[in-house]
Design a protein around this ligand. Structure first.
Ligand SMILES: [Mg+2]
Length: 239
């Protein structure tokens, strides 16, 4: 059966070495003259829109949609600068490139995104590493500030691209690194592969009951067996 595989970005596919946070801090400073506004704001698993809302709350700035739009546009400019800066923690996570390349060639796998990043920010981060070409649809932080609401946006976009073929959310996997990646699948009945390559340990992720849990995405055959079922490995062995 065909599977829709929706990948998170930060901590799952790649690490930016703090480029996103630096760019958000700069954008927030431009708007409000407040330095290091995101210092105490949680980022992992959050949507960009919600990060901005929380930064406003923590810094006693009233939230408005108009200022959020200015923040987003400024952030996206700064992100393109910050992602280009060298940083020891900036990298594609282990096994990801090989995995995407394999899945890209499989008719039974459809690669998409489910990320809290603004769409343009997602493409900036992926594009920096040459990985944007694998993803032609997804759900983004622009769609809703609530991660739990994102999955249907990705499905609708996939269906629209494929002649409105209808997709059952039970054929959907979310691949992510935080408890929020796990919980956002639940209202929609999708499966989750949790990976401990972000800020959460395997133990922390296990307690959220993902469908599957791996330390990382390094073992391509194992990941494919989890996401697409054992038949894939069998087919491959027969070739
Ligand atoms: Mg993440």
């Amino acid at each position: 059966m065909r599977k829709i595989l929706l990948f998170d970005i930060d901590g799952t596919i790649l690490l930016t070495g703090g480029a996103g946070k630096r760019a958000m801090n700069r954008a927030f400073y431009d708007l409000f003259g407040i330095d290091n506004a995101l210092e105490h704001v949680r980022l992992s698993g959050m949507t960009d829109h919600l990060i901005y809302k929380n930064a406003c709350r923590q810094n006693d700035v009233p939230y408005t949609d108009e200022e959020h739009e200015v923040f987003r546009d400024t952030y996206l400019v700064y992100l393109r600068e910050e992602i280009d800066k060298p940083h020891p923690e900036k990298r594609v996570l282990p096994g990801v490139e090989a995995l995407l390349e394999r899945l890209d060639g499989m008719p039974q796998a459809e690669l998409g995104l489910l990320t809290g990043n603004y769409q343009q920010g997602a493409m900036t981060k992926l594009g920096h590493f040459g990985l944007d070409r694998y993803f032609s649809f997804g759900a983004y932080g622009d769609d809703s500030d609530d991660r739990d609401q994102l999955l249907p946006f990705a499905i609708k976009r996939f269906e629209a691209r494929n002649g409105n073929a209808s997709v059952n959310s039970e054929s959907v996997w979310i691949i992510g690194d935080t408890p929020r990646d796990i919980s956002c699948a639940r209202p929609h009945g999708a499966d989750v592969l949790a990976v401990a390559t972000g800020n959460y340990s395997a133990e922390q992720l296990r307690s959220e009951n993902p469908t599957a849990l791996l330390p990382d995405l390094q073992n391509t055959e194992q990941v494919i067996a989890v996401l697409l079922g054992q038949s894939v490995a069998t087919n491959k062995a027969e070739k």
